[in-house]
Design a protein around this ligand. Structure first.
Ligand code: DWN
Ligand code: SAH
Ligand code: ZN
Length: 409
């Protein structure tokens, strides 16, 4: 077991601060008939780069294993996220895509949840999406999609074919891509001098503040802060000029990068940077303290589930999230403790969860026979889910939450 590795951003030394142990691919839902002995596992551990401060995974999973024609996460599955991306598209149309014949490129456009609004407005766009399962859905909505991974060569081909971009956008995608030099060289080449690279991802400050440890899994390679984003941007002629906190997915930041010297950094960005400095996120002791809280949450959750089992209560989980692979595999939560997980995604239903093999069933399995407890794996969508499942609470059911700590509501 190695406890240091080389930073994928700057080449510095990354010191490990927490080891989640043996973990599967978080989005590889298996058929119950699959040969489980062939299931892929890797060591999920996180560390801090002592040079550029980027927090990152110690081991990288090959990208084709995660993002391919079987990728089962469809972004449009949440009503709240649909409206989040529609608002962003409208903001871009009104504020960034105002030049003559503007052009926007999105990496990781998934099922077209954002670009659909851009396409409907008749604005030139291109989604770059390697997972055919979701890219095909985007195309069916009238979104122009290129089925490939974004990297420097892709950016140069797009530049040659379509010209430079006014906006390059990525939501919950940049943090998935270890090969950052290639990405940022590609962005720098493709972007107009007046353009902006806008991306939003889970924020390390929020992960540490709320112990939302299940944001750490195979697909999430980087855990950004304003400071680490500044460092990585400056290596590629780019500059962080704006940052805004978002409440989606448990707390994210939307970053705006621009070619160096082109835009004036905002006051909001400076304020957030100062707040971040006070949180000591670049101090390994802060991150080790986070690790200790993870262990406490894991133990508390197991105690609640074991007690429920001892009392003969029924426990079902809600939302077969990628995140929950980290929780179930860290704590050893299998079908003995959780009867099934309900989820609206057809591609996940009838399968079993990665590593721990809990059956995934449709939402009607939950609503037709309410359990005593529902373990909310999709805690980031709590508001949307609790609003539509009021009958569960009315019937006396309790939600089990584990972020920021373990509690029943
Ligand atoms: O970063 C990523 C985010 C954006 O999406 C990807 N790496 C993978 C994925 O992560 P996740 O699976 O943890 O995301 P969600 O959005 O928390 O997943 C919610 C799951 O719950 C989906 O499978 C859909 C399901 N769901 C449901 O069954 N009923 C969701 C809602 C809102 C519902 O009402
Ligand atoms: N933007 C959507 C999707 C997030 S899931 C949302 O916020 O909901 C992450 C997506 O990134 C997946 O659809 C995956 O196929 C895609 N992806 C992974 N690596 C990529 C790369 N190098 N270039 C473009 N997309 C990539
Ligand atoms: Zn580094």
């Amino acid at each position: 077991m190695s406890t240091s590795s080389q930073c994928r951003v700057c080449g510095g030394t990354v010191t490990e601060f927490f080891d989640f142990g043996r973990q599967p691919l978080s989005d590889a839902f298996l058929k119950p008939s699959a040969d489980f002995s062939q299931e892929f596992f890797f060591r999920l551990a996180v560390g801090l780069c002592g040079t550029c401060t980027m927090v990152q995974l110690m081991e990288e999973v090959p990208r084709d294993r995660m993002f391919n024609e079987d990728y089962p996460y469809f972004s449009s599955g949440s009503t709240f996220m649909r409206s989040h991306f529609e608002s962003l598209a409208k903001y871009l149309l009104a504020n960034e895509l105002t030049a003559d014949d503007p052009f926007v490129v999105e990496m990781g456009c998934n099922d077209g949840v954002m670009l659909k609004t851009i396409a409907d407005a008749g604005v030139r766009h291109l989604g770059v999406e390697p997972s055919a399962s979701v890219a095909d859905v985007a195309a069916s909505k009238g979104v122009r999609v290129r089925k490939s991974f974004f990297e420097e060569s892709t950016a140069r081909e797009i530049l040659a074919a379509d010209g430079p971009a006014d906006v390059i956008y990525a939501a919950n995608t940049l943090c998935h891509i270890p090969y950052m030099d290639s990405i940022l060289d590609g962005v720098a080449a493709l972007l107009k001098p007046t353009g902006a690279f806008i991306f939003e991802d889970p924020y390390l400050g929020e992960i540490v503040a709320r112990t939302s440890f299940d944001q750490i899994y195979d697909e999430h390679f980087y855990f950004f802060t304003l400071r680490s984003v500044q460092e990585m941007a400056s290596r590629h002629g780019l500059e962080l000029v704006d940052a805004e906190r978002l409440t989606v997915h448990g707390g994210e930041v939307r970053y705006t990068l621009a070619p160096k010297g082109q835009r004036k950094p905002t006051e909001a960005m400076r304020k957030l940077l100062a707040e971040e400095e006070a949180q000591n996120l670049t101090d390994i002791a802060t991150l080790r303290g986070f690790g200790a809280k993870v262990e406490r949450n894991r133990d508390d959750l197991l105690a609640v589930l074991r007690k429920a089992k001892d009392e003969g209560k029924r426990v079902v989980a809600y939302g077969a999230t990628a995140k929950s692979a980290t929780v179930t595999n860290l704590a050893g939560i299998g079908p003995d403790l959780v009867e099934f997980v309900c989820d609206t995604t057809p591609a996940k239903q009838g399968r079993v969860t990665p590593g721990t093999h809990i059956p995934v069933r449709e939402p009607s399995a939950f609503t037709s026979d309410y359990p005593d407890y529902a373990l909310l794996f999709a805690w980031n969508h709590a508001e949307e889910i609790m609003a539509k499942e009021t009958a569960f609470a009315d019937a006396g059911g309790k939600w089990i939450l584990y972020v920021p700590d373990v509690r029943l509501v």
